[in-house]
Structure formats: structure tokens, C-alpha cells
Design a protein around this ligand. Structure first.
Ligand SMILES: Nc1ncnc2c1ncn2[C@@H]1O[C@H](COP(=O)(O)OP(=O)(O)OP(=O)(O)O)[C@@H](O)[C@H]1O
Ligand SMILES: [Mg+2]
Length: 207
């Protein structure tokens, strides 16, 4: 890919990952407000409005940074377990009915930022997809070390893509591109229920 194409793909991924989920979440929060008002649950209304405000502020910040430099969001100093916990807390608040089971056994202090960022993106998009398309009762999120690889797995027990063949959209395509850019592999498997996304990221030097 030329540099310009790479930049465009980066921008597309950032728009997808940083704008879509947060607008979707704000939409859920706002859509719930009329019913809460009717029930006289004003405290919950305040909570929802605050949550929607936070999502919108996030989108505003992201648009500023995209306009500013088209630079991908940095995972900076945040550890992978903290990043995943943040993502899960975000979705737990909106879907308290879903069990989010975390099993994070990889040691974080040896992971470089690029690996953390890629792993975080896989978790983020896979959870978003599961919540949005699968309506699962449970989502298992695992990060472990297998030999020289970091293995990230997100497994949901929702409806899955069904008999129809899975048609990748921007989410799955972007996830695959991010993983391949780190010389990793991405396997998307539809079981009897739900979907399992497994990313394998080599931890070797220079990747
Ligand atoms: N966990 C899941 N359960 C059921 N279906 C899924 C799941 N993940 C993905 N899919 C199916 O795969 C399709 C492609 O997913 P993908 O993330 O690429 O696109 P999308 O989520 O539809 O849109 P976006 O580009 O905003 O991500 C989805 O439209 C959906 O039909
Ligand atoms: Mg998606």
C-alpha cells in the first residue's frame, strides 16, 4: 500500500472504532430516557444523560484529533488489562444483563504499545459486534500467552451469523488488517452458538 492508502485505511479504522461505537452507545442511552421519565425514574434519567454526554464528548475529542493529524489513537501508557477493563465497564453499564467473563493471564509489562493497541482493538470490535449482532447472554474475553504469541480470544454465545455466510464489513476487515500488520493471524469461527474471534500476535522482536 502507498503511504496515502495506508493513511486512508488508518483513518477509516479510527472513524469506525472511535466514532461508531460511541454514537451507538449514546443512541441507546438517549432512546431509553422517555420510558424512564414515564416511570418517574429521574435519577436514572440523569445517569443516562451523563453517559450519553460522556460518549458524545469522546466523539468530539476523537474528531478533533482525527482532524488534527489523522493519527491513530494511542494506547499510550495504559496497560492491556486496564484498557480491556475500561472497554468491559463501558458495555457492562449499558448491558447489565450480559455476563462479561475476563481471563487475562498474559503478563503486561513485556508487551509493547503496538501489540497492546492491536489486542485492545480486537477486543473492542469483537465485543461491539457481539452486543450489536448476537445479543448474547455471555461474552468470554481471554488474553493469554501461548509460546511466542499473544492470543486474544473473544467468544460470545449469541445468535451468531446464522446459516448465511459471514459477510465481513469494515469492522472485521479493519480488525484483520490491524492483526496482519503485526504479522499475526485472525480466525473468525461461527460455532453452534455465537462467534469466536481469535487473534494470534507474535511477540518476537522487530514485528
Ligand atoms: N458476534 C457476532 N454475532 C453475530 N454476527 C456477527 C458477529 N460479529 C459479526 N457478525 C456478523 O458479521 C457482519 C460483519 O461484521 P463487521 O464488524 O465487519 O461489520 P458490522 O459490525 O456490520 O459493521 P461495522 O462496519 O460498523 O463494524 C455483521 O454485520 C454481522 O452480520
Ligand atoms: Mg462491526
Amino acid at each position: 500500500m502507498t503511504l496515502q492508502e495506508e493513511e486512508r485505511a488508518d483513518l477509516a479504522r479510527d472513524l469506525h472504532d472511535e466514532i461508531g461505537p460511541f454514537l451507538f452507545a449514546a443512541g441507546i442511552d438517549v432512546a431509553g430516557i422517555p420510558a424512564l421519565l414515564q416511570d418517574g425514574r429521574s435519577r436514572d434519567v440523569i445517569e443516562r444523560a451523563d453517559a450519553a454526554g460522556e460518549s458524545i464528548a469522546h466523539v468530539q475529542g476523537q474528531i478533533r484529533s482525527i482532524l488534527g493529524r489523522l493519527r491513530p489513537l494511542s494506547f499510550g501508557a495504559i496497560s492491556l488489562p486496564d484498557a480491556i477493563t475500561n472497554i468491559v465497564t463501558f458495555w457492562r453499564g449499558r448491558h447489565p444483563d450480559i455476563i462479561f467473563a475476563l481471563k487475562l493471564t498474559a503478563e503486561d509489562d513485556t508487551l509493547d504499545e503496538a501489540v497492546r493497541a492491536t489486542a485492545g482493538r480486537v477486543v473492542q470490535e469483537s465485543i461491539y459486534n457481539a452486543v450489536r449482532h448476537g445479543h448474547p447472554a455471555r461474552i468470554d474475553i481471554g488474553v493469554s500467552r501461548e509460546g511466542a504469541d499473544l492470543v486474544v480470544r473473544v467468544d460470545d454465545d449469541g445468535a451468531g451469523p446464522g446459516a448465511a455466510e459471514l459477510t465481513p464489513g469494515f469492522g472485521l476487515i479493519g480488525m484483520r488488517e490491524r492483526v496482519q500488520a503485526r504479522a499475526g493471524t485472525l480466525v473468525i469461527a461461527a460455532g453452534q452458538r455465537g462467534l469466536t474471534v481469535t487473534a494470534r500476535l507474535p511477540l518476537g522482536a522487530g514485528v
